[in-house]
Design a protein around this ligand. Structure first.
Ligand code: PMP
Length: 443
């Protein structure tokens, strides 16, 4: 036998996977269910069988036609019908699917330019740049904005792409408590005054990194306060609107629109096209100087192939609809429908005694299951009754804050919401999820 090699660790072994493997031992099928339709208001979920509920599964060929409360299809643009789909088809025939080069080389087409300009107009900023992947928009652009000698103050619940992007900058990263402005101000005050005379501070740049809507919590950033603090302490704001662009505000222009603020007060406006626009990719909007700097320096622009033309077209069409440029009220109708759906759904669940996280206007509604052991049952029982949901637990949430997360969409009708609430109620009773129906604690 070979001698034991001190310090050697097998490639796939980690403490965390050991831990979570046991936590969700019989629940893996809740996350690996193939669907065979577009990610619309209703979807076809394929029936699967697996001896260990895990990755090794077989498809039986049967499909379940169910309501979809798991996709971030906020404005219903993921549907593959209607004017967006026709235009996408036309564009694919004209430009093909792959552009086969980066923007700096042969990958820059007239429709990319059109999308950049339209995005800037939509956001109300001087210029914008678009990137083929939302995750890369954060992780590959942040390093060209701040570096060593700078400080990043990051909300503790920021998305993985923001965490990776922040780490790649080489700046010092400090987190502040989720949406806690007192903690943010304390960290800013410490950063500015730390052992320094009043005329000097130890950091070249201070970047405050926040999200518009936090998709695990359904909370909304306290943007007016963040802007006040950034001005007071001469910092910059990086705002990720992945879950708020299109989905929040009277004109669907995100949290800036929701709070009625000036977009120019946010230095770096980032967002993705993967949710409200039913497409793929991300953007950064800001001053022309900022965008020119990113065009010349960001890895996402130089070393990555430009966005696929049908994707570009899907964004142009859905964004034009949201802005009313198609000459109809369709965009505004969807924005209002989503806002109504989000409030109605949350209110009804709240009235029935469920514990929910987040803001009343958030299109994401997390319902607390608390115990990891309820994950599989909740997911399977709602599916069986005709509703696909997403369940989230450790390590994405604290261990005992396991939750189901409902994503509302303009594609949901009131009848669908009522049916979904009834299903949640039935499963909720089965799992004793209503706090008002829990027995009194037995001390
Ligand atoms: N930022 C946030 C806040 C996100 O939630 C996500 C993914 N859902 C991303 C960035 C990454 O975007 P994409 O999925 O478009 O790559």
């Amino acid at each position: 036998t070979e001698p034991k090699l001190e310090g050697f660790v097998p490639l796939f072994l980690s403490w965390e996977s050991f831990y979570t493997r046991n936590l969700y031992r019989r629940a893996r099928d809740c996350w690996n269910r193939p669907i065979s339709s577009c990610a619309g208001g209703r979807i076809d979920v394929m029936e699967r069988i697996s001896p260990d509920y895990g990755w090794n599964f077989q498809l039986t060929g049967k499909k379940l036609d169910v309501m979809n409360f798991g996709s971030y299809n906020y404005l219903g643009f993921a549907e593959n019908t209607g004017p967006c789909a026709d235009k996408v088809e036309e564009t694919t025939r004209k430009y093909g699917v792959g552009v086969c080069a980066s923007r700096q080389e042969m990958g820059y087409m007239d429709i990319h330019r059109e999308l950049d300009d339209l995005t800037a107009e939509y956001l109300g900023v001087e210029a914008a740049i678009t990137v083929p992947m939302g995750f890369a928009t954060n992780s590959m652009n942040m390093p060209s904005l701040v570096g060593k000698g700078s400080l990043i103050l990051s909300d503790e619940l920021n998305h993985a792409s923001l965490i990776l992007g922040s780490r790649l900058t080489g700046a010092l990263i400090r987190t502040f408590k989720h949406n806690d402005m007192r903690d943010l101000e304390k960290k800013l005050r410490d950063a500015v005054t730390e052992g320094q005379p009043r005329t000097h501070r130890p950091w070249k740049k201070i970047l405050i990194v926040v999200e518009g809507v936090y998709s695990m919590e359904g909370s909304i950033v306290r943007l007016p306060d963040v802007i006040r603090l950034k001005k007071k302490y001469k910092a910059y704001i990086y705002l990720d609107e992945a879950h708020s662009i299109g989905a929040m505000g009277p004109h669907g222009k995100g949290v800036v629109d929701y709070f009625g603020l000036d977009p120019r007060d946010v230095d770096i406006m980032m967002g993705t096209f993967t949710k409200s626009f039913g497409a793929a990719g991300g953007y950064i909007g800001g001053t022309r100087r900022l965008i020119n700097h990113l065009r010349a320096n960001a890895h996402s622009c130089i070393y990555s192939t430009a966005m696929s033309p049908p994707v570009v077209q899907q964004i142009i069409s859905s964004m034009s609809t949201i802005m009313g440029k198609d000459g109809t009220q369709e965009g505004m109708k969807r924005i209002r429908q989503l806002a109504w759906n989000a409030r109605y759904f949350r209110k009804r669940l709240h009235e029935r005694g469920y514990i929910l996280y987040g803001n009343k206007d958030s299109p994401v509604v997390p319902l607390l299951l608390y115990m990891p052991s309820k994950v599989a049952m909740f997911s399977r029982e709602t599916l069986r009754r005709g509703m696909a949901t997403v369940v989230v637990g450790f390590p994405a949430t604290p261990l005992i804050e396991t939750r189901a997360r409902f994503c509302l969409s303009a594609a949901h009708t009131k009848e669908m919401l009522d049916e979904a609430i009834q299903i949640i109620d039935d499963v909720g009773d089965l799992l004793r999820l209503r706090y008002s129906s829990l027995p009194a604690p037995d001390f």
